[in-house]
Design a protein around this ligand. Sequence first.
Ligand SMILES: C[S@@+](CC[C@H](N)C(=O)[O-])C[C@H]1O[C@@H](n2cnc3c(N)ncnc32)[C@H](O)[C@@H]1O
Length: 290
Amino acid sequence: MSDEAERNADSEGVTTGEALAAAERRLASAGVESPRVDAELLAGKALGATRTALYTDPGRELSAEEAAELGRLVERRAAREPLAYVLGEWGFRRLTLAVDRRVLVPRPETEVVVERCLELLRGLEAPTVLDVGTGSGAIALAIADEHPGARVTAIDVSSGALEVARANALAGGLDVDFEQYDVRDGLEGAFDLVVSNPPYVTAEEIEALEPEVRDWEPRIATVGEEHTAVIAQAASRALVPDGHLVLEVADGRAAEVCALLRRLGYGDVRNVRDLTGRDRVVEGRWSSAR
Ligand SMILES: C[S@@+](CC[C@H](N)C(=O)[O-])C[C@H]1O[C@@H](n2cnc3c(N)ncnc32)[C@H](O)[C@@H]1O
């Protein structure tokens, strides 16, 4: 245990309010972007309390075990481990997904990807869907959850990610067919929709990103320059006529990916803004006539 963690563990007798303030200071000094919110969520986990309860009873004294647990969680976060890994779970649309170092933390922009998929699948009673690079299972599971007739297959090259995704499916009572597969070996099938949030950060870009991404999230999930093109090409052999491809793209690369899809023969190519107004989703329709 580090000196700081030991000091935290010694904080038996401190009140919730004092523990929160100390945790916030520690996280701020470690450069965490939102130290107060993180401190509240970590305290909530350590004390088994909601954030509201922390405020309604700020004078409640922590037991030795609670203080030690909070100290451990705060030190993990101060080492810039992503909040989601420290909490062990993260919200994605209507789901709460288990997450750890084997998978990318699901992002808000990926919720927009799911939104587009649901829109494109609307009116199809039992559409077939393929999620390429499923990670925690976020996209596949959210589609299965929100379009109950959908028959969803999800692939990932990482066996660790698939373990997490399968556990999330089981926990959520959702039926998705998971398979370990490398998309570079090509795709085949007759899917109504192929969706992917592929690795799209360059090897140079990753070094400039925040420690949470650079040092903790799996490189296989973040770094990849050719994946978008490989998936767009492979999907054309796996889509039914008029089936759709939906891709999450890097900030600033939507126009490039739209041009790629057009070159490959996709029609109705367009990009969709995320919640902050950035073009982060590109979609196209595959027509066998092209
Ligand atoms: C950016 S993460 C997306 C995870 C999840 N779909 C999400 O949106 O939160 C990319 C995923 O693609 C997987 N992946 C990387 N290379 C792959 C490949 N060649 N074939 C299949 N999956 C791959 C990674 O293991 C990782 O889980």
